[in-house]
Structure formats: C-alpha cells, structure tokens
Design a protein around this ligand. Structure first.
Ligand code: PCA
Length: 124
C-alpha cells in the first residue's frame, strides 16, 4: 500500500509538466503554479537547470507545486543525486498563496561558475 503521507514539493525544471523527467510525477498530485520570492535564479547545467540563491536577482523562479508520497520522494531524491551532493532539498520561500509554508525544492549544491544564467523560467 502506498503511504498516505504526502509532502509538498516545488519543482522548476525537468520535473514540470511537459518536461523530460515529468514521468517521475505522473501518478502524483498537481497543486498549482508557484513562484519563489526574488533571490533565486536558474543556471543551465546541460539539459537540466540548477536553482541557486543569488542576492542580485529581482524576479525569482517559476515552477509548480506537487503533493508527492514518500515513495515518490525517495525516487526523486535519487534522480536529483542528493546522496552525491548534486542538489539539496531545502525549504524554498515562495510567493502567495504558498508564502510561509516551508515547501521544499531542489537547490543546486555545486558551483555555477562558468554556467549560463537562464533567468527565472526553464522551458524545453
Ligand atoms: N529537476 C528538478 C530540479 C532541477 C531539475 O531539472 C526540478 O524540476 O525541480
């Protein structure tokens, strides 16, 4: 039986609807579109983006909120290379209606030096 306990997750890259890793979320529950507070940007990492905190940003990052079960979260953490230190899953400050909810998302955990800044929205 699947765990009934779900966690809200902010996704901004290949996990979004229509993107290359979305099948990892296909049996999960879409909640809505969301945007981070200013201070986050995306960098092109080679077919997928990495979100990092950047004080100079004024626009934030766009994405989606999904309610995911515990089994799916384990698969997603594997996909994003948490154990290898590629991404961290951190609380991301979001704008209304998700402000102050401590919803987590994957923050890139390595340097973005020499990576291309692609702004606030990932599309493929
Ligand atoms: N997948 C995760 C993090 C970056 C990526 O491509 C996401 O969509 O949020």
């Amino acid at each position: 039986m699947k765990s009934p306990l779900k966690k809200l997750l902010f996704v901004y890259g290949t996990l979004k609807r229509g993107c290359s890793n979305h099948h990892f979320l296909e049996d999960q529950e879409f909640i809505g579109e969301a945007r981070t507070v200013p201070g986050f940007r995306l960098y092109e990492l080679g077919g997928h983006p990495g979100m990092v905190a950047t004080a100079a940003d004024r626009d934030g990052v766009t994405g989606e909120i999904w309610a995911v079960d515990a089994e799916a979260l384990v698969r997603l953490d594997g996909l994003e290379g948490l154990a290898a230190g590629m991404y961290r899953r951190d609380p991301i400050p979001l704008l209304a209606p998700y402000a102050d909810q401590a919803i987590e998302g994957y923050v890139y955990n390595r340097t973005v030096k020499n990576r291309r800044d692609i702004g606030g929205t990932w599309s493929e």
